[in-house]
Design a protein around this ligand. Structure first.
Ligand SMILES: C[S@@+](CC[C@H](N)C(=O)[O-])C[C@H]1O[C@@H](n2cnc3c(N)ncnc32)[C@H](O)[C@@H]1O
Length: 381
């Protein structure tokens, strides 16, 4: 018979490979995000390592896959990401509207404001690379929707607009382009062969359809649970309440550029210097190690006795330390800081269809590390 640990490893492997199509909460599909953890993996980690009503903190929450699953499973949630796009998605997913009818009424109301506002937009103030993605009327309208929804704190509708901002399908707002990272597909769809793909696109019609898709499988959150959303640097942010478990997938050291790859959506949110953002959210090796060391120290102060720190990590190699990322994090936590002990570790091979950059040499394996806070950790901390 298999031991308990080996059974957990099998279940974990299933969570990595099982399909979630048609079963996960439709909010997970609100808008794409690079480096997203699979919702079934988040669900597995929450289910196996935490209890109902626990406080879960995700310091690098990205599109909030972990906080959304945690909340839906009856956990209190503290979510954080320095990237504004991630922050808006977090607000939208943790505070979804109760009824679709209410949302449709709001769309009609805001549409009137958009029609008044859009004529005031001077496209000369829009950078040419942004203009290159849209028909000029669609662009004016989209800028107006984003302006009005931001002013009204309508995070769910704003995230819906970001979710339909670019793609090659007709239900989206841009000229033919990829969905996650914004690249135009002019060669595949030349304007003279596909003129209909380059015409004006009505934003309201597409927004309504998007809202229907988002409501397909909507979770019912317990209103009493905490949903704390933050846009802070994880290395200086410390939650103001004790935490039962930290569950997170930290940035992929040297591999993904969370600013650059989200640049079009970020521009609409008022972040026009994605390079500056990338210095913070897409750290190179030395910065990444500093951030993780500081975070592990800070997390030790906020975790309850025996609290867990569960990290989902890629397998990229630290040339500075001559260690793979999971080995490096394990060493920092258990030897250098000596304030955690390792209670579970498992590696899972990433199937090719889930690889972020398929031909890229790194990250063929993902590792989950479960560290337990040691009550009498390093006295120098
Ligand atoms: C691997 S992604 C997280 C993906 C997330 N689990 C999901 O399912 O979408 C890492 C995230 O860390 C954020 N990040 C990187 N450095 C940060 C920092 N110092 N403080 C806060 N967030 C940071 C990035 O913006 C990115 O969204």
């Amino acid at each position: 018979m298999k031991g308990k640990e080996s059974q957990i490893k099998d279940l974990f492997d299933h969570s990595c490979t099982d399909s979630v199509v048609g079963t996960e909460w439709s909010l997970h599909q609100l808008s794409p995000y690079i480096g997203k953890i699979k919702s079934s993996i988040a669900k597995f980690l929450i289910n196996h390592f935490t209890e109902k009503n626990d406080v879960i903190y995700d310091p690098f929450c990205g599109a909030s896959t972990i906080p959304l699953e945690a909340l839906a499973m009856g956990r209190n949630v503290i979510a954080n990401d320095l990237n504004k796009y991630a922050y808006i998605l977090t607000l939208a997913k943790l505070h979804p509207p109760k009824s679709i009818d209410g949302v449709l009424v709001k769309i009609e109301k805001y549409n009137k404001l958009v029609l008044d506002h859009k004529s005031q937009i001077d496209l000369r103030s829009v950078p040419p690379w942004v203009r290159s993605f849209f028909h000029k009327e669609t662009l004016r309208e989209t800028i107006s929707w984003v302006h009005i929804l931001s002013k009204k704190n309508e995070w769910f509708l704003l995230a819906c607009i970001l979710g339909i901002l670019h793609h090659q399908r007709p239900g989206f707002l841009s000229f033919p382009s990829s969905h996650t990272v914004p690249y135009l597909r002019l060669k595949k769809y030349p304007p003279d062969e596909y003129p209909n793909l380059y015409q004006y696109r009505n934003v309201k019609e597409r927004l309504i359809k998007k809202v229907h898709r988002a409501f397909k499988r909507m979770p019912n959150f317990d209103e009493k649970l905490i949903k704390d959303c933050n846009q802070r640097n994880a290395s200086s942010f410390i939650p103001n309440m004790p935490v039962d478990a930290i569950i997170s997938s930290p940035p992929y050291m040297r591999q993904l550029d969370y600013g650059r790859d989200n640049r079009l959506r970020l521009w609409f949110l008022g972040v026009d210097n994605y390079k500056e953002l990338d210095l913070m959210v897409s750290p190179k090796e030395t910065n990444f190690i500093e951030v993780m060391t500081t975070c592990l120290k800070n997390w030790n102060t906020v975790l309850k006795p025996n609290g867990k720190c569960i990290l989902f990590l890629g397998d990229n190699y630290s040339s500075k330390n001559k260690l793979k990322l999971p080995d490096l994090i394990e060493k920092i936590a258990t030897i250098d800081l000596a304030c955690y002990e390792l209670i579970f570790r498992h590696e899972s091979i990433i199937p090719n269809n889930r690889r972020v950059r398929r031909n890229y040499t790194g990250n063929k394996v993902e590792t989950v590390l479960v560290l337990k806070k040691i009550a009498d950790g390093n006295p120098n901390l």
